[in-house]
Design a protein around this ligand. Structure first.
Ligand SMILES: C[S@@+](CC[C@H](N)C(=O)[O-])C[C@H]1O[C@@H](n2cnc3c(N)ncnc32)[C@H](O)[C@@H]1O
Length: 270
């Protein structure tokens, strides 16, 4: 069982990652296009999960390009293999490995893509050092990582959601991660031969009818049972969080500020 990843690798999490990717897809496609990902490029997908971004990248770079996907979870790898097969993608090379203990496969990569992975590795410095070793001079490392998770709020405020968010942060830290994974990049990238070419925030203020609302809402739904399993909360608290969310969803004037994500593009310069 893939027990060592705090969010889990069960099928509900697999489905949640799919929804999360669909919600973020316009932002991500725009980012990749601005960075220069196109036909024939070679991309390293670091911590690819079930490969939602991987397959989009593979379709963009086409048969003359390649995507090398790195992931530890067997369940996610299986899902990625099935999707690649279903979409007849022959340009995805999947490696099952642990980013902390294994070598990254070398290749003449033009880009690396790393999203929501820095928050979960216990030594982000080691990951950036390995990435630096795998990328050649002139290639671009692209990150989408949390910059300030505590921006996540509902208006009118929901006290139980704010307590839930604190449990999330605490459990990610207890599992050896740091939710605001982007923060360390400003130091780690220059220390490992990169220079930051662009950095921009992605923060949304959404209403219940907007698709983006579903991203944090489904996270609440999948992570409540995890918190119960971990012994951090009881069923009664989970029910309160669900009831608060349901009442916000019935209020057409409710607003949600999403967790801040930073998009960082860095060039390998030495
Ligand atoms: C939140 S998911 C993001 C997945 C994907 N990047 C995306 O944006 O959909 C984090 C992923 O990192 C993987 N991961 C975390 N620590 C890892 C490690 N040490 N080695 C390999 N994969 C790891 C998890 O298995 C999971 O698939």
């Amino acid at each position: 069982m893939d027990r060592d990843y705090v969010l889990g690798t069960h099928n509900e999490e697999l489905a949640r990652l799919g929804l999360q990717h669909r919600v973020w897809r316009p932002v991500v496609l725009d980012c990749w296009q601005k960075a220069g990902i196109t036909v024939g490029k070679r991309v390293l997908d670091v911590g690819a999960g079930p490969g939602n971004a991987t397959v989009d990248l593979a379709e963009i770079v086409g048969p003359t390009g390649e995507v090398v996907a790195l992931e530890r979870s067997q369940n996610f790898i299986r899902a990625m293999e099935q999707t690649c097969h279903a979409r007849s993608l022959a340009n995805v090379n999947i490696h099952q490995l642990d980013l902390m203990t294994d070598e990254l496969p070398s290749g003449d990569y033009d880009f690396s893509w790393c999203r929501w992975v820095m928050s979960f590795v216990n030594d982000p410095g080691l990951l950036i050092k390995k990435l630096s070793g795998a990328l050649r001079k002139g290639s671009l490392a692209i990150f989408h990582e949390y910059g300030h998770y505590e921006t996540w709020h509902f208006f009118p405020r929901l006290a139980n959601q704010e307590r839930f968010r604190e449990h999330v942060i605490a459990t990610w830290r207890e599992s050896g991660g740091e939710p605001d994974g982007a923060v360390a990049l400003a130091t780690l990238l220059p220390a490992n031969g990169f220079t930051i070419r662009s950095a921009r925030p992605h923060l949304f203020c959404v209403r219940p009818t907007e698709y983006m609302w579903q991203w944090p809402a489904t996270f609440i739904e999948t992570y409540l049972p995890r918190l119960i399993e971990m012994g951090r909360i009881d069923q009664q608290f989970a029910d309160k969080v669900r009831a608060d969310l349901a009442s916000a969803e019935k209020n057409p004037n409710a607003l949600m500020i999403t967790p801040l994500v930073l998009e960082i593009v860095a060039e390998k310069i030495s």
